[in-house]
Write a new protein. Structure first.
Length: 113
């Protein structure tokens, strides 16, 4: 089976914006514009939720659809894979804020407002 890394797929998706290919679904989404892309991201997100309730196979399938449409959205908005890596990199080793949430549940954060 053909394998493709996330980076390779993102490059291809990004490239379709600069060089639209005949019969390309990705190019069709760019041509339709932001509202169409957002509609697809919304639909695919809902399908991920439904898929998660049904089976691992369905969740996997729908997640692949969502990730693809998210890549189209990011590329459409001019966000590169390096922008994403930089943002994610800032979170490496970041302390979890779970304790704050626990405080919130016990009312501690409410009291500091
Ligand atoms: N990974 C994907 C990918 N995942 C999902 N999809 C498409 O996303 C669509 C989702 O299905 P839907 O039924 O929700 O949508 P639809 O009815 O086809 O379309 P709408 O009219 O609703 O917009 C399907 O048409 C899928 O083919 C993808 N289309 C392309 N890719 C990859 O993107 C790259 C570029 O592809 P092209 O743009 O086709 O050249 C290639 O490497 C492809 O493998």
């Amino acid at each position: 089976m053909a394998q493709q890394t996330f980076e390779e797929l993102y490059d291809q998706v990004y490239n379709r914006k600069v060089n639209p290919a005949e019969g390309s679904y990705t190019a069709y989404l760019y041509e339709k514009g932001l509202d169409k892309i957002l509609k697809k991201v919304g639909e695919e997100s809902t399908e991920v939720i439904i898929g998660a309730k049904n089976s691992k196979e369905e969740l996997t399938y729908e997640t692949a659809d969502l990730l693809f449409h998210l890549m189209v959205l990011l590329a459409n908005q001019g966000i590169t894979i390096d922008d994403l890596k930089t943002e994610m990199g800032t979170r490496v080793g970041q302390k979890s804020r779970l304790h704050e949430r626990q405080d919130w549940r016990s009312g501690a954060i409410e009291e500091t407002k």
